[in-house]
Design a protein around this ligand. Structure first.
Ligand SMILES: [Zn+2]
Length: 231
């Protein structure tokens, strides 16, 4: 048996029988893990009510390499009180944690994905616009998972798309597709494209609500190509 001690985020919690919980955690050291929490439904004192989403926890897990590990201890390490006090913040953070749960394979460390999620939660907690942060995190999660969308060049021939023009984009192919390569049904305006490129590179420009929502929808469609987002 191996003892895992790590920072972690709660991705999901479901009740099991009368007394237990099964939680899905994203740990910093070991990636996504499913754990049983004995007595978790009764509010075990060892866990001290720490099993809440959006705060960063420190956890101790006993891992026997089976489907379900055992969560032994959890305490909140970083409280995000401002985030959980707004509906918009909770919704944006919840959407991103749900995507992470679907995108990341089990028992695979995701250092970049971890950084992306913590940055999203911290930014919202510090008062950044939740939907813009969600768009940024969504595009970064795709990149972290190896499915990054290319907003600069045609994914087929590599030709750069000139600035200031709308472009055809195909989420199945992973980015822009120029007319010579057949184009795509979906078209993205030049402002949304510039915004996407800036967000992918860690910049946080002022952004229109419309462009932010276009990017959130695009990113979610791209994730759905690679993972079942429904469960
Ligand atoms: Zn092309």
């Amino acid at each position: 048996m191996r003892r895992i001690e790590s920072e972690a985020l709660l991705l999901r919690s479901i009740e099991l029988g009368e007394t237990d919980l099964v939680v899905t955690l994203l740990t910093e050291t070991d990636g996504k893990l499913a754990c049983i929490v004995r007595g978790g439904r009764r509010g075990s004192h060892r866990l001290g009510g720490a099993l809440e989403p959006f705060h960063t926890m420190h956890v101790a897990i006993d891992d026997r390499g089976r489907d379900l590990s055992t969560l032994r201890e959890a305490r909140i390490e970083r409280v995000r009180g401002r985030l959980v006090s707004t509906l918009e913040g909770v919704e944006a953070a919840g959407a991103c944690l749900r995507w992470a749960r679907h995108l990341f394979p089990v028992r695979t460390p995701e250092p970049q994905g971890w950084t992306t999620l913590v940055a999203l939660l911290d930014a919202i907690d510090e008062g950044a616009p939740p939907r813009r942060e969600l768009a940024a995190a969504a595009l970064c999660l795709l990149t972290d998972a190896g499915y990054g969308l290319d907003f600069e060049r045609c994914v087929r021939c590599g030709k750069p798309c000139p600035h200031g023009r709308p472009a055809a984009i195909d989420t199945v192919r992973g980015g822009l597709v120029c007319q010579a390569c057949g184009g795509a049904r979906r078209v993205i305006g030049s402002d949304a494209r510039l915004l996407a490129y800036a967000l992918q590179n860690g910049e946080r420009p002022e952004a229109s609500t419309d462009d932010v929502e276009i990017l959130v929808a695009l990113a979610e469609d791209a994730m759905a190509v690679h993972a079942d987002l429904a469960s």
